[in-house]
Design a protein around this ligand. Structure first.
Ligand code: SF4
Length: 327
């Protein structure tokens, strides 16, 4: 890894009709790392990813102090320039592959098109590459699959095709938005292992969006926890799991079974209440209606604090508060 982040997002704000969906978020992804963006649905994870890809809907207004990829400012790039990056140096896989693959074209046609559009060359060479990548993502009979249509494949196979398609141009950054949500549990595990293996082998940077901290524990190097459109905690996966600081992070962790910590037969934890809707900016901590530690001060400005090198959180509780509340 080099010291300069591959992707840098600072003070990202996204509004729809003046209502904030992302309210000042910072995310940095280093080369060769899997950075997980975690939080419940409606916290702004997917819109953040769409902003990075330049795929926000027309009614969205997006501002930031910095939005750069490999030193290139993505803000103000023309659609043609962004389009040249997408699918080439930055690729994305979505939650539901059936809605991302075109049902009218074969797998081979769709994969070959990605390659020839960005790299040119003969269709035959593109199909050879597609076949090799289908084999790489462990799809059996890859040559035969090239001639199949998406509806002829299972959900797990379609997601493998999406991953292979994303790799067609050797991207440096792979954005994966809840890539296993639509799959059953055993297939989820296979797809996650595959992404982790490819990340390590190809030295990819991965922005993995998920609501599941169990997934983060398996594949993440670094984690940003989002709540109500802001990153409320950011740390290495190791530091975050060893010493979660923000009560929201601790709430999320209490919802997953941890070997050795969860007693059989006892219910898992839950965070009361729901994520606030898209709306005006908050004054104070957006989590205070759901937080058992909230006091009147939480309605005022919430300080950004350090819990160690490279471990930041936004909460009034002092860095030593977990000593008496150890998970
Ligand atoms: Fe809870 Fe207050 Fe911390 Fe927000 S700032 S997480 S309400 S203790």
């Amino acid at each position: 890894m080099t010291d300069a982040p591959l992707l840098k997002v600072r003070e990202l704000r996204i509004t729809f009709g003046g209502l904030g969906a992302v309210r000042g978020s910072d995310v940095e992804i280093m080369r060769g790392e899997t950075h997980c963006l975690v939080g419940e649905s409606g916290c702004g994870k997917s819109v953040t990813a769409l902003a990075v890809m330049g795929l926000l809907p027309r009614n969205a207004k997006c501002t930031s102090d910095e939005l750069s990829f490999d030193g290139q400012d993505l803000r103000g790039m023309r659609e043609r320039e962004l389009s040249a990056l997408r699918g080439d140096r930055i690729a994305m896989i979505f939650q539901e592959p059936m809605t991302s693959l075109n049902p009218a074209y074969t797998v081979g046609s769709q994969m070959a098109e990605v390659y020839t559009r960005h790299r040119g060359g003969a269709r035959r060479a593109a199909l050879e590459r597609a076949e090799a990548l289908l084999a790489k993502v462990r799809i059996t009979s890859p040559g035969m699959r090239l001639g199949q249509y998406p509806h002829q494949l299972s959900g797990g196979l379609r997601q493998r095709v999406m991953i292979a398609m994303a790799l067609m141009c050797d991207p440096e950054l792979l954005v994966a938005d809840e890539p296993t949500t639509a799959l059953d549990v055993t297939v989820q595990a296979q797809i996650l292992s595959l992404i982790a293996e490819l990340q390590a082998e190809l030295k990819l940077s991965v922005l993995l969006i998920t609501h599941d901290l169990g997934i983060v524990a398996r594949v993440g190097h670094r984690v940003s926890v989002m709540y109500a459109g802001r990153v409320v905690e950011s740390a290495s996966a190791e530091s975050l799991f060893a010493r979660p600081m923000h009560p929201y992070t601790r709430g999320l962790l209490s919802c997953i079974p941890v070997p050795g910590k969860v007693v059989r037969g006892q219910p898992l934890g839950a965070i009361p209440g729901v994520v606030p809707r898209v709306g005006p900016d908050f004054v104070g901590c957006a989590f205070r209606d759901r937080c058992q530690y909230a006091i009147a001060d939480c309605a005022r400005v919430v300080p950004a604090q350090d819990a160690g090198p490279d471990h930041h959180y936004a909460c009034r509780l002092a860095p030593d508060w977990t000593a008496s509340e150890a998970a």
